[in-house]
Design a protein around this ligand. Structure first.
Ligand SMILES: [Zn+2]
Length: 58
């Protein structure tokens, strides 16, 4: 999976399209500089959720 994960500036949801469903602009997520494992795990979960949603599995 080499797709970009983007995050809406407006409603802060993760998406894979540059324009969020809310009409806001989605920007690429930068990896956390301090990289706490917990936050990264949470990020991965969010990404998974988005993928499932886009595949219609949720
Ligand atoms: Zn949005």
């Amino acid at each position: 999976m080499a797709r970009h994960i983007l995050k809406c500036e407006k409603c802060n949801i993760y998406t894979m399209s540059e324009t969020c469903k809310c009409g806001g602009k989605a920007i690429p997520i930068k990896p956390a500089k301090f990289s706490p494992k917990d936050s990264y795990g949470e990020y991965r979960r969010q990404v998974k959720k988005v993928e499932w949603k886009e595949k219609g599995l949720l």
